[in-house]
Write a protein that binds this ligand. Structure first.
Ligand code: PSU
Ligand code: MN
Length: 312
């Protein structure tokens, strides 16, 4: 028997949702610790949680604090995590045991959040962007652990598509190989985070939260392990110009290479430089799309829960 309960604290709000058989939506925390600066990260995290509650769903922000896995954070904990920022450990699958053993604080990535959500029997998770195959991965072999997690862990992930710091074509090929479908929410074209278009098709266009919930249920009731990606385009009013995004990303990539940034530091470095180089425009887009994903994620969580209610 595994001992998740021994290492996990469930917040009061989330425990009440579990007890009352209320729908829940998982949220990650690397975006809080490494994705934005303080206090914008705290404000965004609170707005995201509120957007989920507004849909009648309980938000479950996942993190590690003082060597404990947190399934849901109290307000004071969320504040502490946000203030900790990048001095918290960016925690993916490989990091979980060491962050717990060291008694530290960790912002959980998409991969780690999926693992913890699945253990808590939470099937839907919303975030901004996922990791993927980095540009130049044919040399660096930098492929995010998020993609492997999507292949093995039963959680549906709502995001705004892969950010173009990634090699989008190779990311899609990798996902296809590992059996992970990419569904576009009300679009046939894969969105690319800051932009609504990427030039790539999604595997399936889905038009409603209920359609996604049905596909999730069929997948897992057939024993087809793993997650799926629901790509939700950034709202038009926050979308950035594709040419400008491309210029900024190329500059950020060149700087990363020059300074020799790699491994787990690459994604946070690129995100920070994009924010600086875009003069705040990217942050606005980031907040807009995350809120949009939180609402859609909550609708999917609600439909999946009301149709297939899987909590024991
Ligand atoms: N991409 C984004 N925003 C993010 C991340 C990725 O557009 O905040 C974060 C997520 O937490 C994701 C992680 O799981 O970075 C991936 O890091 P890496 O590429 O090192 O696997
Ligand atoms: Mn990486």
């Amino acid at each position: 028997m595994h001992e998740w309960a021994k290492w996990t604290d469930v917040s009061e709000e989330v425990q009440t949702a579990f007890d009352d058989d209320h729908p829940v939506l998982a949220l990650e925390s690397t975006i809080i610790t490494h994705g934005m600066g303080y206090p914008q990260n705290l404000e965004t995290a609170q707005l995201v949680e509120q957007a989920v509650r507004d849909e009648g769903v309980t938000p479950v922000t996942v993190a590690i604090m003082d060597g404990r896995i947190k399934v849901g954070l109290a307000h004071s904990e969320l504040k502490r995590l946000a203030a900790e920022g990048s001095s918290a450990i960016k925690t993916s699958r490989r990091d979980i045991p060491f962050v717990l053993a060291g008694g530290g604080v960790g912002g959980t990535t998409v991969a780690a959040t999926m693992i913890i959500a699945a253990e808590a029997n939470i099937r839907v998770f919303a975030t901004g962007g996922i990791g993927g195959v980095h540009r130049g991965a044919e040399d660096s072999m930098d492929v995010s652990a998020d993609l492997e997690e999507l292949a093995r862990t039963d959680v549906a992930v709502v995001c705004a598509g892969p950010k173009s710091i990634l090699d989008i074509g190779r990311t899609l090929e990798y996902l296809e190989t590992r059996g992970v479908a990419v569904a576009g929410y009300q679009t046939g074209e894969l969105p690319a985070f800051y932009c609504r278009e990427s030039g790539y098709d999604v595997d399936y266009r889905v038009n409603s939260a209920e359609e996604i919930a049905r596909a999730m249920n069929i997948k897992w009731s057939l024993g087809l392990r793993g997650g799926m990606i629901i790509a939700n385009p950034v709202p038009a009013e926050f979308a950035m110009d594709k040419g400008r995004v491309e210029e900024i990303i190329e500059q950020a990539e060149a700087e990363a290479e020059e300074i020799g940034i790699g491994g787990k530091n690459l994604t946070p470095f690129l995100l920070q430089r994009i924010g600086e180089l875009s003069g705040g425009e990217s942050q606005q887009a980031n907040v807009g799309l995350i809120l949009n994903n939180a609402s859609l994620g909550a609708q999917i969580a609600r439909d999946y829960h009301s149709l297939y209610n899987t909590r024991p």
